[in-house]
Design a binder for this molecule. Structure first.
Ligand SMILES: C[S@@+](CC[C@H](N)C(=O)[O-])C[C@H]1O[C@@H](n2cnc3c(N)ncnc32)[C@H](O)[C@@H]1O
Length: 307
């Protein structure tokens, strides 16, 4: 199997049931454990994402064995936190460990914020949305709910299965578990990435994929709305100068790990990007990039359009 072509974010694990038949002369046995089963196809793996797949070997109308592939259960602190909140535990905190700062906490209720409690950048982004809106990394659906109530057609997506359940329970019935980078054959007027949603790129090197996907998903007059921050201030030392390790890649590429109660997530990379760097990559990839609004803390809202 061409493992080198493996290009999926979902890992499958499998349950194997082997039905023994005493008279059919076929040797059967039990496979105890198979890890990292890679399914590779010319078009990637998106067609089978989130699907339960059943293979059966049937000989002379007798089932010899069946194999079931299921998406691996996610170790998902954020999803657990959202689910807990909806079940009435509204005081929880997600602990965030990062490569650039002391541990910090996100109060879970922030993910359920109302429009009145949103930063100005987010309120402005919501005002600028038009047409069919794809809300990427929608989490609890706080932005999608407002857009829906304003009469827009919104499609919230998230990779977290529990986030999707939470959104459905909050009335966002179209919420769908999906990875932005694997979407196909869909068209939108607005792609919305809020709370530093472009962070899903992880590293600058993934911006090419990000823009190629946006090019494909956007209608001709479509727009990307995103907020991010220039986190250079995190590298300031006492005398006010900035100390950056020039051998360590772009300073906005941060390693994170989240924890909620006993649930420890995997480490992941999250990208913060300053406006000039975003502008450079956008131009290189066929997009214009406009600074719409600056926040109070090195954050900004940008609108990008196909040139
Ligand atoms: C910082 S949270 C933002 C939540 C929400 N937009 C808000 O403002 O409250 C980022 C979200 O992106 C989701 N996510 C991460 N990678 C993703 C991807 N490749 N495609 C879709 N969603 C993704 C995470 O599961 C998480 O819910």
């Amino acid at each position: 199997m061409p493992f080198d072509k493996f290009n999926s974010r979902l890992v499958y694990h499998m349950n194997i049931n082997i039905n023994r038949f005493s008279n059919n002369g076929i040797q059967t046995g039990f496979i105890k454990h198979i890890s990292n089963l890679y399914i590779v196809g010319e078009q990637g793996t998106s067609l089978i994402s989130n699907t339960r797949i059943l293979f059966e070997l049937i000989i002379n109308s007798q089932k010899i064995f069946s194999i079931i592939f299921e998406p691996m259960k996610q170790n998902d602190p954020l999803g657990n936190a959202l689910e807990d909140y909806l079940n009435g535990n509204t005081s929880g905190k997600i602990i965030v460990k990062s490569s650039i700062a002391e541990d910090s906490g996100i109060p879970v209720d922030y993910l359920f914020r109302s429009e009145a409690n949103m930063p100005e950048l987010e309120k402005k982004a919501l005002q600028l949305c038009y047409g069919n809106v794809l809300d990427v990394g929608a989490a609890a659906g706080c932005h999608a709910l407002i857009l829906k109530n304003n009469g827009l057609n919104v499609q919230p997506i998230d990779i977290s299965e529990k986030a999707i359940q939470v959104m459905k329970n909050r009335g966002l019935k179209s919420a769908r578990q999906a990875d932005y980078f694997e979407l196909k054959n869909e068209k939108y007027d607005t792609l919305l990435f809020l709370m530093n949603g472009i962070g899903i790129c992880g590293e600058l090197t993934n911006l090419g994929d990000f823009f190629r996907k946006a090019m494909d998903l956007l209608k001709p007059d479509g727009q990307i709305l995103l907020d991010s921050s220039d986190i250079i201030y995190m590298f300031e030392v006492e005398d006010g100068s900035v100390e950056i390790d020039l051998n360590a890649g772009y300073y906005g590429e941060v390693e994170y790990q989240m924890q909620y109660g006993a649930c420890n997530g995997e480490k992941f990379h999250w990208l913060f990007i300053d406006f000039e760097t975003l502008n450079t990559y956008a131009t290189r990839n066929g997009f214009s990039c406009e600074l719409i609004l600056e926040g109070e803390h090195f954050d900004y809202l940008a609108r990008l359009k196909k040139v």
